[in-house]
Design a protein around this ligand. Sequence first.
Ligand SMILES: Cc1cc2nc3c(=O)[nH]c(=O)nc-3n(C[C@H](O)[C@H](O)[C@H](O)COP(=O)(O)OP(=O)(O)OC[C@H]3O[C@@H](n4cnc5c(N)ncnc54)[C@H](O)[C@@H]3O)c2cc1C
Length: 415
Amino acid sequence: MGGQQFGTGTWLFDLRGHSSIRQFDARRGLVTVDAGIEWPALIAGCAALQSPDAATTWGIRQKQTSADRLTLGGALAANIHGRGLRLPPIVGDVEAFTLIGPDDLARSCSRDENADLFRLAIGGYGLFGVIAEVTLRLMPRLPVQRSVEILTLDELVRVPEERDTTDWLFGDFQYSIDENSPDFLQRGVFSAYRRCDEPPAELAAQRQLRESDWEELLWLAHTDRAKVWEVYSGFYRATHGQRYWSDTHQLSVYPDHDHTALDRRIGSPFPCSEMISELHVPRALLREFMGRAGDLLRSGETPVNSGTIRLIERDTETLLAWAREPWACIIFNLHCEHTPAGLARAAAAFRALIDLALALGGSYYLTYHRRANRTQVETADPRFREFLVEKKARDPGEIFSSDWYRHHRDLFAAP
Ligand SMILES: Cc1cc2nc3c(=O)[nH]c(=O)nc-3n(C[C@H](O)[C@H](O)[C@H](O)COP(=O)(O)OP(=O)(O)OC[C@H]3O[C@@H](n4cnc5c(N)ncnc54)[C@H](O)[C@@H]3O)c2cc1C
């Protein structure tokens, strides 16, 4: 995604072997772990350290949706968001971490200690050092009940105002991708999770999408976008009322598919893939933005294969805060042919989407692709230049680097 995890001609530190749980503080709801731990091990490890009969049991607050095998260090580096209805990005869940800097020293970073590094390294895309250990704030682990509704965009943005978000904890909105329907990018399946009293049934007894179901949905998203909406919304409606735990419901299946199999099934003469982009707009302007995005994408030249919207609260802490407002965050997965013309079409669509968001006072997520021009980067992230200055001052030898960093450094160095 975008190149921040690649570094041509560099060494990669793969932290996945550094993945133990170091400390669990059941009184304060804190867990200290090695930064290479992935979400399934973290969630299971916390559960294993607690008695199910304890007055309060603790679980994670948020993780990325749709993929699980991602590390906690990677989550801090990208200052990720999940699908909380009242949560800022993960910086809000971080109590402290240890950072090994370019001078080879390990420093403890928190809001009180090395606070400047705390602000830089979270959302710093690995450029200020290696996050080695993290102390994460947990939340009481609660039973939640899934509620599934078809909503319009206006109804979606009113959710945090109209519903009690101490009860309605999580939710995301999967919008219609059928470019021939009036619902295109306008209506969606809102799956929300509300606190309940009764614990969930065994997962095996619940309706859930298996890997083969996801593959079929992916196939339909490429071949029959009216049908995919019908199948997807039908499945979700059938799961209305199912109960889950507040932490494990965030785990999901992500088919490690190789797009070549799909290309063959579709009969595409070219290799293809989905390309992701995330745009951020003020919530009051969501309908306006999606209407304009619909005008742009309705021709089907770069079909939308899937897309979701989340509501993320403001991050007031990191230097390169992407959640500068309580945004509506819109994900577009665009189908892209890997030919010069196909790549150019996708790049043009990404730039046009960024322009639409910027025109409404919005922004975009920096590291999913490198299609934005310099004006777009500066408008979307007014502190980007300062971020580069901090990087150069703290790591003059550029010991920590990536293709994404070099691209942006060079973009800003040009006259
Ligand atoms: C299928 C999929 C779904 C996703 N969904 C979401 C989502 O819902 N919300 C969201 O916010 N993001 C999402 N993402 C993006 C994802 O959160 C980021 O790409 C994240 O950084 C990946 O973590 P990783 O452990 O794989 O890190 P990598 O891909 O290995 O690295 C990503 C970046 O983090 C840095 N990094 C990794 N570990 C450390 C460390 N220990 N110390 C310092 N820097 C480090 C790397 O240098 C690099 O810049 C998704 C990604 C995928 C592939």
